[in-house]
Design a binder for this molecule. Structure first.
Ligand SMILES: C[S@@+](CC[C@H](N)C(=O)[O-])C[C@H]1O[C@@H](n2cnc3c(N)ncnc32)[C@H](O)[C@@H]1O
Length: 249
């Protein structure tokens, strides 16, 4: 089954589950609140404000997660020359889309290890991996404590920006060391500079060890529920954007 077909099946399941107890208008209202948390109330993300409440969780699962899935799928396809099998550790996996999207492209079989501090996210990630047919294990854990298996590919999509300054500063040397010892690291974050003011420093460190930095603007048709929420919440995603760093093997 193609990635697009799996994405469609996965979204149909999400719609059925999340719109069973919530009306569409409630989800689009929650999406506006969630977007404001990501943009204007970033200091509250560390307290778990982004995924507090059924409305925001539904909005994340039905809107942001599929956008992340499509972007990461695109990045994985562009970097297919560097694909290897083995273990993919998806740090801050949320509903599991980044690991599932990457595994859908991999040339050799991959086992995904999804790590998130949020039990709801991990429940959703399990369902996502099943729908995408991905072999996976999951752990409710603080990603800053996750042991990174040697030679694994560590993926962190839209997660590092949610760490405290101290945790983030401690992660950079760990990730660089992981890459230096034969692992691989892929980080994906929004293009907006205010979300990741630390990007420049991380980019320099990644490039110093031969890594690559990319910016992405992709135009793809949005799945119907994503387009409907985009319009209802007045967000107007004409393209999906992001930036990535890849370093290591
Ligand atoms: C914006 S979501 C991105 C989820 C997913 N990677 C994606 O691309 O859709 C950020 C995720 O990081 C998780 N997260 C933030 N800080 C974390 C930490 N210290 N340890 C584990 N997970 C964390 C949140 O619970 C949330 O699920």
């Amino acid at each position: 089954m193609s990635f697009e077909a799996r994405l469609g099946a996965w979204l149909a399941d999400l719609e059925r589950r999340h719109l069973a107890d919530l009306r569409f208008a409630e989800v689009s209202r929650a999406l506006r609140a969630l977007s404001a948390t990501y943009v204007e109330r970033r200091e509250r993300i560390g307290e778990g404000a982004a995924l507090s409440g059924a409305g925001k969780r539904a909005a994340f699962a039905l809107f942001y997660a599929p956008l992340h899935a499509m972007l990461v799928h695109h990045i994985a396809r562009e970097q297919v020359d560097r694909q290897t099998g083995g273990t993919l550790v998806d740090l801050g996996c949320g509903t599991g889309v980044a690991g599932a999207a990457w595994a859908s492209v991999a040339a050799a079989p991959i086992e995904v290890v999804g790590v998130d501090r949020h039990p709801w996210a991990i429940e959703e990630a399990r369902a996502t991996y099943r729908t995408f047919g991905v072999r996976a294990r999951t752990r409710v854990e603080d990603l800053t404590r996750t042991v990174l298996p040697q030679h694994s590919h560590v993926l962190a999509a839209f997660a590092i920006n949610e760490l405290t300054v101290a945790s983030r500063q401690a992660m950079l040397p760990r990730l660089l060391e992981h890459a230096a010892k034969g692992g691989r690291v892929t980080l994906v974050e929004p293009l907006a500079g205010f979300v990741a003011p630390w990007w420049h420093e991380w980019r320099s460190a990644a490039e110093a060890m031969g890594g690559r930095a990319d910016e992405w603007r992709i135009r793809v048709p949005l799945p119907p529920i994503v387009a409907k929420l985009d319009k209802a919440a007045g967000l107007n995603h004409r393209e999906i954007t992001g930036r990535s760093l890849t370093f290591g093997m």
